[in-house]
Design a binder for this molecule. Structure first.
Ligand code: ADP
Ligand code: MG
Length: 703
């Protein structure tokens, strides 16, 4: 089948698309759903019944036996509970498969086992899932059969959000409302909403599944907790955009097919910087669908990898000393009439609406840098942000030469009279075409970069949902738009007022613009001088959620209540503590039951050799030296092991979630690094045949 791919036919074949609804629904119901998708509103139970039946018929024709509300609790992954379409057989024992509107629009999974951060006492188990009409239902096929998945939001009995989708949808409404006010000021009377678009570039590693299964750390925590560097790393830069190997190629081919069937526009694929690292990017789409699709991308990657005898590692830092993985969250805003508010045009200095939008974004990012940073924080990402490979932990904005020059003119002279233009790129070879360069080069080190007609938020972790980052982006920009519109709508002289406001915002928030090398130590110092926050880790980032500034912001736009924010901060601590403690316990287990026994076997062998050699009076100084070195390292390992064990025990006794998380970061995290060091040293001294697990070299160079 693969040899004759018909992508057009394949694409969306497992999705209950708008087209399929149009085919299968009576006109009245179709129109009702259409309006609901575009502008929200109530769905009558009668219509829901009609839609549910059509959806079920389509699903069953395609082999489905079950349906599930598919949602995104705060664990960061997706959750589902399957229900069969079966009902009571009729009098003659015949099975009528049924699916009612009620079941389509509302589900009631027991919520007590999902993180709620104290929002809900465990006895208040009720949680509801509600159909997100704007994200299409799809069929998933695996060993459990074919299942109709209905994207839903997940709330508590009292309506508090328990997931990543609810706040995202709220934030999309907020930014739409505020952005409309801005375009109206510039005479746009036609647009009825403004939609954030998102394209997420996903990085990942592929390793051999057999080898993966031999590593306790990879299986339980998603990353290697030990591992000495291989003799060769990424220094040759021979992997980035390198030719894709056969086995990986066949994985990529398969993943594209699976994703296309699900309506995900997988578009770009290439090898990444580190060996065994790759990237996949879909074409951008409406934010909430992009978030759902990114979850699907991650899920399908893991499944398809298994099929190919591979394991897909989505962790932000599977291997120490090699590049980690992230997710570039490309974000822009467009009206429903097709105008991208982030399109500067050829002469941005004359595009006043664009300059206002840009000024508002600069203001938003500068004012809420701590929130943006928090939205990208997770346990795994702590290893990346601020290390010299990923964006630094300091938020700054890269605009590129052309826009920076416009800002400079505005701030320094009060008027922007010119826009730098791209030049012709001369290849110097007569048979190659000369072409126009972009007006601006790229900057790979910037965490928040303008790339042509969108911003690219590059801090997000590879394993994390892009729900929170986009919720924050939408909301902070909505606030800036709102404040600008409040002023401009009242202005007597609009042209003057808008000019002054752009200049004011750009002057006040210019400190957030940075185009130099974000990895350099000088930038850290410079950022400190500018007063930009440098938040080093997840536990330190969490309190950004509940500052007065944050509560005011999120309550104003009805994204989160204070209680919801407090619960989310609590969950950050809880998830952090749990994850690190699992890592610590895995390390302890590996050291005690795999590494130390192996090392002791080896030292035993060495000791025997020495005895034998000495008994026949042969010089054994080399063997002695090695044995002594290993023994010293083993001793150090044992000491570090005990220290880690003590700290893990101490953490168990702590009650307060925040304290425990900080203790975990301050003590356990660093005790783990202390244990890792001597073990990695041992790995370089002990016979490879005896070492109890595949090494870095085995993992990344033998895929
Ligand atoms: P770049 O080369 O700047 O990384 P690409 O064209 O490779 O850009 O696109 C990267 C991602 O950004 C893709 O997912 C793409 O669909 C998405 N993207 C492109 N344009 C926009 C836009 N206007 N808004 C949001 N995402 C976009
Ligand atoms: Mg990119």
């Amino acid at each position: 089948m693969n040899d004759n791919l018909n992508v057009e036919e394949l694409f969306g074949s497992k999705v209950f698309t708008l087209g399929k609804m149009k085919e299968r629904l009576p006109e009245k119901e179709f129109n009702e759903i259409r309006t609901l998708m575009d502008h929200g509103g109530e769905l009558s139970l009668k219509t829901a019944d009609v839609v549910a039946k059509a959806m079920k018929d389509w699903a069953i024709e395609n082999g489905a036996t079950h349906y599930t509300h598919w949602f995104q609790p705060l664990t960061g992954i997706t959750a589902e509970k399957h229900d069969a379409f079966v009902t009571h057989p009729d009098a003659e024992g015949r099975m009528i498969m049924e699916f009612r509107g009620k079941e389509l629009i509302k589900g009631e999974p027991d919520a007590s086992s999902f993180p709620s951060g104290g929002l809900r006492a465990t006895f208040e188990a009720r949680g509801y899932t509600a159909w997100d009409v704007t994200s299409p239902a799809f069929l998933r096929e695996d060993a459990t059969g074919v299942i109709l998945c209905i994207p839903t939001a997940f709330c508590s009995f009292k309506g508090e959000a328990l997931d990543k989708k609810t706040p995202l949808l709220r934030s999309m409404e907020a930014i739409s409302e505020q952005a409309l006010r801005i375009v109206r000021l510039f005479g746009n009377t036609e647009a009825t909403k403004v939609i954030p678009s998102v394209g997420a570039e996903q990085e990942y590693f592929l390793v051999d599944r057999e080898k993966y299964l031999q590593r306790e750390d990879l299986k339980l925590t998603g990353r290697t907790l030990f591992g000495a560097p291989a003799p060769k790393g990424q220094e040759m830069d021979d992997h980035y955009f390198g030719t894709i190997r056969e086995r990986i190629g066949s994985f990529m081919k398969d993943i594209n097919i699976e994703l296309w069937k699900l309506g995900v526009t997988a578009k770009t694929q290439h090898n990444e910087v580190a060996p065994a690292q790759h990237e996949l990017a879909p074409i951008y789409e409406t934010a909430n669908i992009a978030v759902d699709h990114n979850q699907l991308v991650m899920e399908i990657m893991k499944k398809v990898a298994e099929r190919h005898g591979l394991a897909c590692l989505l962790h932000e830092k599977p291997f120490a000393g090699m590049n980690g993985s992230g997710k570039h969250d490309n974000w822009s805003l467009s009206t429903d009439t097709g105008e991208n508010l982030l399109n500067p045009g050829d002469t941005p200095n004359e595009n006043i609406q664009f300059l206002l939008v840009l000024a508002c974004i600069l203001k938003a990012v500068d004012t809420h840098a701590d929130l943006l940073r928090q939205s990208a924080a997770d346990v795994g990402n702590d290893h990346r942000l601020g290390a010299d490979e990923a964006p630094p932990a300091i938020i700054s904005v890269f605009l590129g030469e052309q826009l920076e020059d416009v800002v400079k003119q505005l701030v320094e002279t009060g008027a922007a009279v010119r826009s730098l233009q791209g030049e012709k790129l001369n290849t110097g070879v007569s048979t190659l075409p000369d072409f126009m360069k972009d007006a601006t080069d790229r900057n790979r080190t910037s965490p928040f970069a303008f790339t042509g007609n969108k911003f690219e938020f590059r801090m997000v972790g590879s394993r994390d949902s892009i729900g929170s980052p986009n919720t924050v982006l939408n909301t902070i920009v909505a606030e800036a738009f709102c404040e600008a519109a409040d002023i401009l709508e009242k202005a007597d002289n609009f042209d003057m007022a808008v000019h002054d406001l752009i200049k004011e915002y750009m002057t006040e928030h210019r400190r957030i613009i940075f185009s130099g090398n974000g990895y350099s130590p000088e930038w850290k110092e410079e950022a400190a001088r500018r007063g930009l926050p440098n938040i080093s880790c997840t536990v330190e980032a969490a309190s950004a959620l509940t500052t007065e500034k944050s509560v005011k912001l999120f309550e104003k736009f009805k994204i989160f209540t204070k209680a919801e924010l407090e619960s989310r901060e609590e969950i950050e601590y809880e998830l952090y503590t749990k994850a690190i403690n699992i890592e610590a316990r895995t390390m302890i287990d590996m050291v005690k039951r795999q590494i130390m026994p192996a090392v002791m076997d080896y030292t035993g062998m060495l000791a025997d050799t020495i005895k034998t050699l000495e008994s026949i009076k042969v010089d054994a100084t080399v063997q002695n030296e090695i044995l002594n070195n290993i023994t010293a390292c083993l001793k150090e390992t044992n000491r570090a092991l005990k220290a880690l064990e003590e700290k893990v025990e101490a953490a168990k006794k702590m009650e307060n979630g925040k304290e425990k998380a900080f203790y975990t970061r301050r003590e356990i995290f660093f005790a783990m690094e202390d244990l890792r060091r001597p073990v990695d040293n041992l790995e370089t001294m002990v016979d490879k045949e005896i070492w109890p697990m595949p090494t870095y070299g085995d993992l990344v160079f033998e895929v």
